[in-house]
Ligand binder design. Structure first.
Ligand code: ADP
Ligand code: ZN
Length: 534
């Protein structure tokens, strides 16, 4: 057993910052936050990933008498966090379900005898009365509630155990609390403050802009090939993360990239814990490793030189997207956030929402999250402006064009898609009455393009008046039209065969009563420029 290091004591936050952490100055609002908490006040801190949230509670924990208690859902990372602090001479420990009773008893004893500066706690420990009594018997310097958005049901990462945290205030009204999160819209922020009873807390809202990240969202055609092109042409030898929705797709994509000569490793919750640990540590320690992962990977991963984050599937919410892409470029160097998205993503996500457990309100919330994500995908405005607007930080004036996202770099125009929309909707309308069968987007496009496929002949769909009326657009363009109609709920996809169906808004659009402005797909832009110059 190594002896616990002697406590580095100081009542001066700057001295602690320098002597313990080795930094010369606080960054951004860190100093104001530290002062607020040291003085015994509550704080709600909204800071993007990489902004430096940890110091905001670590420094006050060392300055104030007693032990800083940090509630964190990141159980898998507690050991690493504690090791890192111990390496700096900070006396840290944790309590979570991965420990055996002896380890737990040792930590509890250290807490009670004043031999700890920081104690990390899994939220479910607070369900146990003995933990609460333990905290009563020691001196708590502050409560830090990390990943505080987990308390918000509106958010994308709700954890029921977090609801227990409201009792901190009732039981220890004099202990300051600092809640921290990297993802918070106005709605989530309000809910955090309310559920944690942070009524008198000062709010610190850092800028959510990550200027060195270039945001790009492209139509999904051949995702793996598109990804490979991106990695070869712009990120050869770079470290990065590729997010996929399913475990199977994680494994296939990792194999595909490996076969192309890259160091690509899989990571998902279904893999053996040893494999996960090994892959994670290779990603952190070696250069140029591509981690192909589900969203199970990444929370709390602090690797500064992640040069790209690629999504092969649509994230469920803007908050999730922002958090995942935020893992790129923590060192401030240019980085890419790239997302490929297609109609199948919308169909799949809507289906997952329909099938999800929970009440109608819950499903409605998921639907709203998805709609906001789709709006970001389909915007013709600056992506960054749209993202920041979502977090309540709408840029004004010249800042509305960031110059470092795809829509700023290659401006996207809209075109009047009223007539093409009518063609699609009329086709869907005519197919609607054929109850025996269900027809998806592929079949609708075949009809519009006038293709005599076996399925079309089988149902005599070449006899329909809409057969061949869509030869003015190409197949990818029709896919783009249908995807956008679905994204805007002018059409929906349902049933086991992903049938295109009418929504309440479809009839008006079919009659041409509603003007439908569509995003010009990049291929179409190139095409119309050529045809207008010829
Ligand atoms: P967050 O939790 O907000 O994602 P971290 O607390 O992990 O961010 O900090 C991100 C990185 O910035 C870390 O490597 C940390 O050491 C560094 N950092 C934080 N504050 C400062 C500072 N005042 N000066 C220099 N580096 C800092
Ligand atoms: Zn922009």
């Amino acid at each position: 057993v190594t002896p616990a290091p002697a406590r580095i004591t100081s009542t001066d936050p700057h001295e602690v910052l320098r002597r313990v952490f080795g930094y010369d100055a606080f960054r951004g609002e860190q100093q104001a936050i530290v002062e607020q908490v040291v003085a015994g006040g509550d704080a709600l801190v909204l800071m993007p990933t990489g902004g430096g949230k940890s110091l905001c509670y670590q420094v006050p924990s060392l300055v104030r008498p007693g032990v800083g208690v940090v509630v964190s859902p990141l159980i898998a990372l507690m050991q690493d966090q504690v090791d890192a602090l111990r390496a700096l001479g900070v006396r840290a420990g944790f309590l979570n379900s991965t420990q055996n009773p002896d380890e737990r008893r040792d930590t509890e004893a250290a807490f009670l005898s004043g031999e700890l500066d920081l104690l990390y706690l899994a939220p479910e420990r607070l369900r146990v009365e003995s933990t609460l009594r333990l905290l009563d018997r020691g001196t708590v310097a502050l409560f830090a509630i990390d990943e505080a958005h987990c308390v918000a049901q509106w958010g994308h990462d709700f954890r029921p155990d977090y609801l227990m945290l409201s009792q901190l205030h009732d039981r220890w009204p004099d202990v300051p609390r600092i809640a921290l999160t990297a993802t918070a819209t106005e709605a989530t922020r309000t809910e955090i403050a309310q559920r944690l009873q942070l009524t008198g807390a000062r709010h610190f809202v850092a800028s959510f802009d990550r200027p060195n990240i270039q945001y790009r969202i492209v139509g999904k055609n051949e995702p793996r090939k598109q990804l490979l092109d991106l990695l070869r042409s712009e990120h050869a030898g770079d470290a990065g993360i590729v997010y996929c929705l399913s475990r199977k797709s994680v494994e296939q994509t990792a194999e595909f990239l490996s076969a192309q000569g890259m160091t690509a490793l899989p990571y998902h919750a279904g893999l053996d814990a040893g494999v996960r640990r090994r892959n994670q540590s290779r990603f952190l320690r070696e250069d140029g490793v591509v981690m192909v992962a589900t969203i199970a990977f990444g929370m709390g991963i602090d690797k500064p030189d992640v040069r790209f984050v690629a999504h092969l599937d649509l994230p469920k919410s803007v908050e999730g997207y922002y958090q995942e892409t935020g893992r790129a470029g923590r060192d401030g160097a240019p980085s890419t956030a790239w997302l490929a998205y297609g109609m199948a993503d919308v169909v799949q996500q809507r289906k997952m929402i329909d099938d999800s457990e929970g009440d109608a309100a819950h499903r409605r919330r998921l639907g709203q999250h998805l709609d906001a994500m789709l709006a970001l995908c389909e915007t013709v405005e600056c992506r960054r402006a749209q993202l920041l607007g979502y977090f309540g930080q709408e840029p004004t004036g010249d800042a509305r064009k960031c110059g470092n996202c795809d829509t700023c770099l290659t401006p996207v125009t809209t075109w009047d898609g009223t007539v093409p929309a009518q063609k699609v909707l009329s086709t869907v309308w005519r197919l609607k009455n054929e109850r025996r069968q269900s027809f998806g987007a592929v079949h609708v496009i075949d009809i519009l393009l006038g293709k005599r496929t076996p399925k079309i002949e089988q149902f005599d769909h070449h006899e329909l008046s809409v057969f061949g009326v869509g030869s003015d657009l190409t197949e990818p363009q029709w896919r783009g039209v249908i995807r956008q109609l679905v994204a805007r709920r002018l059409l929906e996809v349902g049933g086991p065969h992903s049938t295109l169906q009418f929504t309440d808004e479809s009839p008006a659009a079919m009659r041409g009563e509603q003007k439908v402005l569509l995003r010009t797909e990049p291929e179409r832009a190139a095409r119309s420029r050529r045809s207008s110059s010829g």
